[in-house]
Design a binder for this molecule. Structure first.
Ligand code: GRF
Length: 237
């Protein structure tokens, strides 16, 4: 059994997708704890109601990043994690913290990295005139929103999209790719080869959501994406 610790800052919908997949697919893993940097993070209630230990390390109680990161690492290490999962965790982490969990910390970022690191990714994609946008699951390295890519999802950008519409389209795919990537880690199938990630045995490391799926999702919600109804996935490259 692998121990997972999930860090959140707010809503926690990616955390929720991982918790559900872990249970439904009987991963050889347990969610040891969900830790937030804000006491009002909505996702804490979901975790607690599923019998998961929760914790808060409030960044506002610490004078600087280093002392916050030290306290956060202590809270994490109490649960002896094999993997730390950043799921909408909105704090920039110090290099020391990142090194401590090197090769065992994943993040999801709502863009097709290396495009659009940082905040407001959906606005930036629309402003740049992108026709395709998406999300990336990656190992965390000291450079913000950078690191070996485990899986990516791509969705169309439609004429007239605003940031909220595009964010919702991307988020539905996040709930597919993040649990999948975490599961691969738990199963010991991921290896790092410099900047690249290899998956053994190979499997789709990308998810494409085409126009037909978008139409379907508009009618039925994210479930169509989750079920892979008319999405396309395949081996990378
Ligand atoms: C997601 O879009 C994630 O990619 C980004 O922040 C958002 C978090 O949403 N890092 P949630 O808290 O998982 O619902």
């Amino acid at each position: 059994m692998k121990n997972l610790v999930i860090l959140i800052s707010g809503r926690g919908s990616n955390m929720e997708a991982i918790v559900r997949a872990c249970a439904n697919e009987a991963w050889p893993a347990r969610i040891a704890a969900v830790i937030a940097n804000r006491p009002d993070a909505a996702g804490l209630a979901f975790a607690a109601s599923h019998g998961i230990a929760t914790g808060v390390v409030d960044h506002r109680q610490y004078p600087d990043r280093a002392s916050f990161d030290t306290a956060l690492a202590q809270a994490i290490d109490n649960h002896a994690p094999d993997l730390v999962v950043l799921a909408g965790f909105m704090r920039v982490l110090t290099e020391g913290f990142v090194q401590r969990y090197s090769g065992r910390m994943l993040n999801i970022h709502p863009s097709l990295l290396p495009s659009f690191p940082g905040l407001k990714t959906h606005e930036k994609a629309i402003e740049a005139g992108c026709r395709v946008h998406g999300a990336t699951v990656h190992f965390v390295t000291p450079t913000l929103d950078h690191g070996p890519i485990v899986m990516q999802s791509a969705v169309p950008v439609r004429t007239g999209d605003d940031a909220a519409a595009l964010a919702a389209r991307v988020l539905a795919t996040e709930h597919v790719i993040y649990p999948r990537a975490v599961r691969w880690f738990v199963e010991g199938r991921l290896a790092l080869d410099g900047e690249r990630v290899t998956l053994t045995p190979p499997e789709a490391q990308w998810l494409f959501v085409d126009e037909a799926s978008v139409e379907e999702n508009a009618k039925t919600g994210a479930q169509a994406v989750k079920a892979g109804a008319s999405t396309h996935a395949g081996e990378g490259a």
